[in-house]
Ligand binder design. Structure first.
Ligand SMILES: Cc1cc2nc3c(=O)[nH]c(=O)nc-3n(C[C@H](O)[C@H](O)[C@H](O)COP(=O)(O)OP(=O)(O)OC[C@H]3O[C@@H](n4cnc5c(N)ncnc54)[C@H](O)[C@@H]3O)c2cc1C
Length: 525
């Protein structure tokens, strides 16, 4: 049994956990342990082979909803989602946080750059965002990194008179290899592994990877329940990973403050395994996925999609009216094969034309619904992710699908294909030959396993809110009714943050890190 003692235990090294470790180690000399379930794979390991890189993903990329219909992708490695994501950066939306503050009676969390939340000079989300942006090098990429797929999309938006915007990305010295989601072999993507976690390690934070913590240890202290540490198991180190700080076996880590940052699927499960939640509890409920509908265009001539940045352009024309973004992304062959429709000869035909395909996704900003949830299960894999599109989501997606088909034609496609085999009126399946046929999208039913929906932005399963009946955390991300236990990651959001979430999550983590330091007495630190 490995036994460790520290001041702060952070569980999960992704967007939130990595940022917290970097922030706390920058501002204090506390003894900090950063525990990560996945391996520590660096640029020396990233060989740009999609299949080999599945070790970077939760359940090797097979994590999905309970009906198997929607993949729920997430990183499971040092850096979490920031090691495998597309580096697309969107600032948190002040209006969303303002609404959360009002509806959920939250304190602090202000964007006003002059605000001193909790009486701490300079503490506000605006200043934390600026610090995060600087540390992870957020900026517009060079024009040379914008590839054909993105240019065609931009042309299509212009032809229709729709907004086409360039993404900011967290990059430094990018050579445009095109393999962001397989781990950056050039250390150009500035995820937490090579920014905040690297800073933390240089300052003495102890990183333990291959370490799945399975239970938060709780004790009664002065009549209240308090977290005192966590227990779990360290697996043998996988081939290709950097060496670990402790040998494989059981592990017990005692801490004055425990911060859970395992992401919106794993955080509620860890809490539930620790005896929290239960019947009627909001824990695990309200799952938001940002469900995405892939749209494929078949072009007459080959496009250069494998090189340059996969995503550099998006369209926000229908965000205010329908809560949907069109975002350019393109998969390499393995992911492409999963997304492209058809079986047998049709699938073969589609895969054969991969070099002539363009793609983008319709990303829906979905509303939190209590029946969409993550819960423990006694059957493998030990949990159930229950998510069904609501009628309201389907309605918005139908509208967006029709606009997306029009956009792909305006970009120059000869044929537009949705990853679906649902018959749409006169069409045997959603294979469109001219833009007028886009109206048939009104008949999409989004049946599980017939229309492909993907997801990678899970949020809102351990939500913040003042009311203890309907929420799990207070404004400090502290668990209601339990001392010295915080949950700070995508699960803490009360709903969708309204944009690609990485920057919103990192900003919240930076903010809570700075607040913890200012309020150290609260945690006996
Ligand atoms: C393929 C992909 C592409 C994406 N592209 C973008 C993008 O371009 N822009 C954007 O804004 N967002 C993007 N996202 C989403 C973004 O990366 C995530 O929203 C973000 O990383 C979530 O942050 P988090 O801290 O909540 O969790 P994560 O970053 O997922 O970190 C959680 C960590 O906790 C670890 N963990 C889980 N359980 C345990 C346990 N019991 N013990 C120890 N450790 C544990 C996990 O292994 C993981 O490393 C993408 C996501 C994916 C998967």
């Amino acid at each position: 049994m490995n036994r460790l003692d520290c001041d702060v235990l952070i569980i999960g090294s992704g967007a939130a956990g990595g940022t917290l470790a970097g922030t706390l180690s920058e501002l204090t000399d506390w003894r900090i342990v950063l525990a990560e379930k996945g391996g520590y794979f660096g640029s020396e390991f990233f060989d740009q082979r999609e299949w080999a890189m599945r070790v970077l993903y939760a359940r090797e990329g097979r994590r999905a909803t309970d009906d198997g219909a929607i993949p729920v992708r997430g990183g499971q490695c040092v850096g979490g989602g920031t090691t495998v994501n597309a580096a697309l950066c969107m600032d948190p939306l002040p209006e969303v946080w303002r609404r959360w503050r009002e509806q959920r009676s939250l304190e602090g969390l202000s964007f006003d750059p002059t605000a001193a939340d909790y009486g701490v000079v300079g503490l506000n989300l605006g200043s934390c965002l600026a610090e995060v942006r600087e540390r992870i090098h957020v900026g517009l990429p060079e024009a040379a990194l914008v590839n054909d797929n993105n240019r065609r999309f931009e042309d299509g938006c212009r032809a229709l008179g729709w907004s086409a915007r360039r993404f900011e990305l967290n990059l430094r010295g990018c050579i445009g290899s095109g393999y962001c989601e397989e781990g950056c072999a050039y250390d150009a993507k500035q995820g937490t592994m090579i920014t905040y976690v690297r800073d933390a390690l240089a300052r003495g934070v102890r990183l333990i990877h291959h370490c799945a913590l399975t239970r938060i240890e709780l004790e009664q202290r002065r009549g209240r329940l308090a977290a005192v540490g966590a227990t779990g198991r360290v697996r043998p180190t996988d081939p290709g990973s950097r060496p670990n700080a402790v040998p494989p076996g059981r592990i017990e880590i005692c801490a004055r403050l425990v911060v859970v940052a395992c992401g919106a699927i794993e955080s509620p499960l860890l809490l539930a395994r620790s005896g929290l939640g239960g019947a009627g509890s909001p824990l695990g409920r309200g799952l938001v996925l940002h469900p995405s509908l892939p749209v494929v265009g078949v072009f007459a001539r080959p496009l250069e999609n494998y090189r340059g940045l996969p995503g550099t352009v998006y369209c926000d024309q229908f965000v205010a009216s329908h809560g949907v973004y069109f975002e350019v992304l393109f998969g390499h062959p393995v992911y492409g094969a999963v997304v492209l429709p058809g079986i047998g000869p049709e699938h073969f035909e589609r895969m054969s034309s991969l070099p002539r395909l363009a793609g983008f996704g319709v990303m829906l900003v979905d509303s939190s619904a209590a029946e969409n949830r993550v819960e423990r299960s006694y059957e493998a894999p030990g949990y159930r992710i229950r998510y069904r599109l609501t009628q309201e989501s389907k309605e918005r997606l139908r509208y967006a699908a029709a606009r997306a088909v029009e956009l792909m034609f305006a970009a120059g496609a000869d044929e537009v294909v949705l990853a679906s085999d649902e018959p749409l009126g006169p069409l045997a399946a959603p294979r469109f030959r001219d833009p007028a046929q886009a109206r048939h999208c009104a008949e999409l039913r989004f049946e599980p396993h017939r229309t492909t929906i993907t997801s990678a932005h899970c949020q809102a399963t351990v939500a913040m809110g003042h009311d203890e009946e309907s929420s799990c955390l207070d404004s400090r991300c502290e668990m209601h009714g339990i001392d010295r236990l915080m949950v700070c990651d995508a699960s803490s959001f009360p709903g969708s943050c309204g944009v690609n979430p990485m920057l919103s999550i990192m900003t919240l983590a930076r903010y809570q890190g700075r607040r913890i330091v200012a309020e150290r007495e609260r945690y006996g630190l």
